[in-house]
Structure formats: C-alpha cells, structure tokens
Ligand binder design. Structure first.
Ligand SMILES: Nc1ncnc2c1ncn2[C@@H]1O[C@H](COP(=O)(O)OP(=O)(O)OP(=O)(O)O)[C@@H](O)[C@H]1O
Ligand SMILES: [Mg+2]
Length: 236
C-alpha cells in the first residue's frame, strides 16, 4: 500500500536527514492570490500530482484554514502527493520538517484575502505562481500582490486560469494588464475545462480522469515549465 511506502520512505529520509540535513535542498512553490476562487488549489493539486507522477517526492502544504487541499488529500486516500496542513505562522518549521524528511519539492496552497499568509508563503518560496482568471476584476485584484512579490525579489508569474476558448485577444489584454503592474505572465495557461472541477471533487486530478484531455496536457506543460524554472531534473 502507498501508506506503507510513504512511511518507509519517510523513515529512510529521516535517517538520511540526520546525516546531512543542512545539504538538502527542496525547491518551494507558493501559489497565491487575494481573489477567492482564482484556482490556487486546482493549480496546487494538479501541479503537485504531476510532479509525483514524475517520481518527485512532493508535499502540498495547505495553509488555508478552509483546508480544501487537505480535504482533497483525504478524498484521495492513499495516493500521492502527501498533503499536510500548516498555519502560516508555522510554515517555516513545516518546510524545514518536509526538507529533512527528504521531500524534493513543496507546493504551498494559500487562503484568499489573507495578506499575512501570502507574505509567509512568498518569503518561503523559490517561485511564486499567481493564478488569475483573465477578467477585469480578477486582474485588478493583482495590484495588491504586485508590490509584495516585486519587493520580495522572488521570481513570480501570473498563470492565466480558466481561459475561455478562442480568447487570444483576452490573453493579450490580460498579459498587458499584468505587465503594467510589473508582473510576468507564465507562457502556459489553463483553459476553462470541466476536467479540472470534475476531478478535484473526487480527490483526483485532470490527468487521472482524462489522460489525453486538454487539461491534462496543460498541467504537463506547466510542470515542464516549472521544473525548468526551478532547475529540477526531469529524471532522478
Ligand atoms: N481552469 C479551470 N477550469 C474549470 N474550473 C476551474 C478551473 N480552475 C478552477 N476551477 C474551479 O473553480 C473553483 C475554484 O477553484 P479553486 O478552489 O482551485 O480556487 P481557489 O483559488 O483555491 O479558491 P479559494 O480562494 O476559495 O481557496 C473550483 O470549483 C474549481 O474546480
Ligand atoms: Mg483554495
């Protein structure tokens, strides 16, 4: 069973960590946005599961009191990735523990309308992803984040999410709005796809309900892009 596997790996890693915890690295991605429902949890679980399928030891750290990612992990049962909850004030400690347990990658999911939680996640991250629907009100909400991420100096990208079909003009306009705020836009976007909401309601991810679907392809492209940003090798 996967639970036993996780446990075995956990203890092997723990032993390893006692030997060389200072030398371990664990790239960390923060997924943030002030706006509720922008797609933070969807992005977190799909990206993390894709990394797990690529044989990375990945942990989702859910800092949202709504604990949506943690509930998704409960529905999922014994399948990777590991999901842990952490109050924002304990985030640094949770990351340290994950690192010393041999995790290769951490993905932090954050709550909406919670500047302190967002700050902690950005502080801990090597890469910040900001999902936003390409609509005026959503893009307007990015103003609050722009200064935070720019001041942090951590690489940060807006990921346009739930983009309607044939919306190249909308993508171009959204990109312009982001760039006007000093934010970069990720070259990979997610379309408005039923596979995303249908899968998460069952504790799954898009690639598990439709491996050949467009949503699955978008997640794979985002993982490849993210991996390169963080210098994570494809294998090993
Ligand atoms: N690309 C997409 N296509 C279709 N539905 C999507 C997409 N992205 C997200 N959704 C749906 O939108 C809703 C909100 O998404 P999600 O929970 O990921 O947002 P969130 O930013 O984590 O919300 P909150 O701020 O409340 O934590 C969910 O029902 C999800 O399934
Ligand atoms: Mg969420």
């Amino acid at each position: 069973m996967l639970g036993a596997w996780v446990q075995t790996e956990y203890y092997a890693a723990l032993h390893h960590s006692q030997l060389c915890s200072e030398t371990l690295t664990m790239p960390t991605i923060a997924i943030v946005s002030q706006k509720g429902g922008s797609g933070k949890t969807t992005l977190a679980v799909n990206l993390a599961a894709c990394a797990a399928y690529a044989k990375k030891q990945v942990v989702i750290i859910d800092t949202d009191p709504q604990a949506t990612a943690a509930a998704w992990g409960d529905w999922r049962g014994d399948f990777l990735p590991v999901v842990v909850t952490s109050p924002p004030a304990r985030l640094a400690k949770t990351i340290e523990t994950a690192k010393s347990n041999g995790m290769d990658l951490a993905v932090i999911d954050t709550p909406p309308h919670a500047e302190a939680a967002m700050r902690e996640a950005i502080k801990a991250a090597d890469l910040v992803l900001i999902p936003s629907r390409p609509r005026a009100f959503d893009l307007h909400a990015l103003e609050a984040i722009a200064d935070l991420v720019i001041d942090s100096g951590t690489p940060a990208y807006v990921v346009l999410n739930a983009v309607p079909a044939r919306a190249s003009k909308q993508i171009a306009e959204a990109t312009e709005s982001c760039e006007a705020l000093g934010l970069k836009v990720c070259p990979v976007t997610f379309g408005e796809r039923a596979d995303f909401h249908r899968s998460s309601a069952k504790g799954e991810v898009a690639s598990e309900i439709d491996p050949e679907g467009k949503a699955s392809g978008e997640v794979a492209r985002l993982w490849k892009w993210t991996r390169k940003q963080l210098g994570i090798p494809a294998k090993g």
